[in-house]
Structures are given as C-alpha cells and as structure tokens.
Design a protein around this ligand. Structure first.
Ligand code: SF4
Length: 154
C-alpha cells in the first residue's frame, strides 16, 4: 500500500488540497489568547473567535477571515515554526516537528468524530466571542491567566 502524502512530502511540497486536509478541525488555534508581556507565555481562554462555528468547529468565513479578524493569522510551512502557541496536537506542528499524525486524526481514522472522542476538539468547551459585549470580552480576557483553558495532551 502506498504511503500517505503526509509521510512522503514536506509541508512545502504539499498541494493546496493536501495542506488544507491536514487541519483536523480541533479549533484550538481559534480560541482567543492572552500573552504575558514579560514572559511571552501564552494563555488560552475558553472564548473562541466570533467567526467560529461551535457546531462543526470550522471557521464560517475561512476565505476572507484575514480581512475580517484583525489578529487572525495565516499558517504556512514557514509560520508553522514561528507560531509556538499552536497546540502540540496540531497536525501542521506535528509534521513540522517530524512526528506522524495521531490515531484520532480524520485522515488516519477516517472520521472527524475521533477528534472529539480523543478530547482534542474544543467542541463543548468554549463559548463564542460573538455573544459577548466588547467591554465584557476585555474583562473576561483579563482574567485568563488565573484560569486558562488547558489542553489535554495528544
Ligand atoms: S490547531 Fe491546527 S489542526 Fe487544530 S484547527 Fe488549528 S490549524 Fe487545524
């Protein structure tokens, strides 16, 4: 049986479709984060971007998200090494570090459900920023360092 593309190609060699298929839809990169200015440590909140669909854990405006959300970023074969706040479970981060995809990744398991079953998805553990007033949002994010959302190891 032929080896899957993520074992035979580097991230830079992948087609656009292959690259996009690597995203497991965990939603961890879409939670709002707070960085400690002194230590540069990043804390995850349990509030997710206003464009995030809480039901299917996907961005509702993916093609134009960069124009719509000031802090949104583009992940590519270079920035994957720079965004150290990406979770260890992230497929891009795993492959960039020379690891394989995990058993629960949809490309391995054949089902998007395994991302939830393995406790990797943010499904059920976050609320949307869309329902929070901007003033309240600032207040809630100010408290994130006290009780950040901590990922389960993958
Ligand atoms: S953390 Fe990685 S795998 Fe998860 S949603 Fe973000 S880009 Fe996709």
């Amino acid at each position: 049986m032929a080896e899957p593309f993520w074992r035979t190609k580097t991230l830079a060699e992948m087609s656009r479709a292959e690259w996009e298929s690597l995203c497991d839809g965990c939603g961890r990169c879409c939670v709002l984060k707070v960085e400690d200015e002194e230590t540069r440590e990043v804390f995850n909140s349990s509030i997710v971007c206003e464009l995030f669909d809480l039901g299917n854990c996907r961005c509702t405006r993916y093609p134009e998200r960069i124009e719509l959300i000031e802090d949104c970023v583009v992940l590519d074969p270079i920035t994957v090494h720079e965004y150290t706040w990406l979770p260890d479970s992230c497929a891009y981060r795993r492959l960039a570090a020379g690891r394989d995809l995990a058993w629960w990744h949809p490309l391995v398991s054949g089902s998007a459900e395994t991302v939830v079953e393995a406790g990797i998805s943010v499904f059920g553990n976050v609320v949307s920023a869309a329902g929070i007033h901007p003033d309240d949002l600032d207040e809630q994010l100010a408290d994130v360092q006290e009780s950040p959302l901590v990922w389960m190891d993958d």
